[in-house]
Design a protein around this ligand. Sequence first.
Ligand code: ACM
Length: 264
Amino acid sequence: MKIGIVQTHPVFGDIDRNLKKITDLISSQSADLYVLPELCTTGYQFKDRKEALALAESIPEGPSTKKILELAQDTQAFLIAGLAERNGEKVYNSAITVGPDGFIGCYRKAHLFGAEKNCFSPGDTPFPVFDLGSTRVGVMICFDWRFPESMRSLALDGADIVAHPSNLVLPDCPQSMITRCLENGVFAITADRVGAEERIPGQTMKFIGQSQIVDPYGKVLARASQDKEEIIIVEIDPQKARNKAINSNNNLFEDRRVDLYRRG
Ligand code: ACM
């Protein structure tokens, strides 16, 4: 199976241009599954909820989802992409999963980062795992990485691959995802953006790039640059994530001592 990270530099508010860039990048390649960044059509730094609401779209009826669906059909690939979702008067920082046969599902970011709390409502969808036929893909968004329960939930629910649309600003994520993969025995595809936004004076957001693909043993299979738009495709065997044995005596899931762990 060929999986791809698509690292872009969105222009804030220019949805058509950002979608065209995504289409151009993906149409020049061949893969089975692509992961795109968080908020990949709008850009990241909304001034307030009103502005987020104005640029957000309903899912799956909105034009961005339709366009990404078209791209999935044209390329016969699965795509996972971060979008601002409008639902009535609420806005969510969401990610859609679509495939050649249509819309599959939507996840709303659970752990909002910093000023996102001023613009978005916190997610109310459980961490989803979608059966794509040859593999099962879980979805979380950016800052969800900082809470190990996110990826653990996805792994316990059977994800082989964790798709992770991101707009990373903290430097620790690429390294931390290596541990997340090792502790859960899953692949992770973190698709980040590059560039900077300063739409609120004095509050520059600099995005770190370094999109990456990590395997279930914590090996980095690909890592993108810190500052360039790029697409990287890697061939993997997703079945490798189904073996949770550490050695002949230990198993990542079966050896968990849930009786001793603190809940809640
Ligand atoms: C982030 O969650 N976009 C930092």
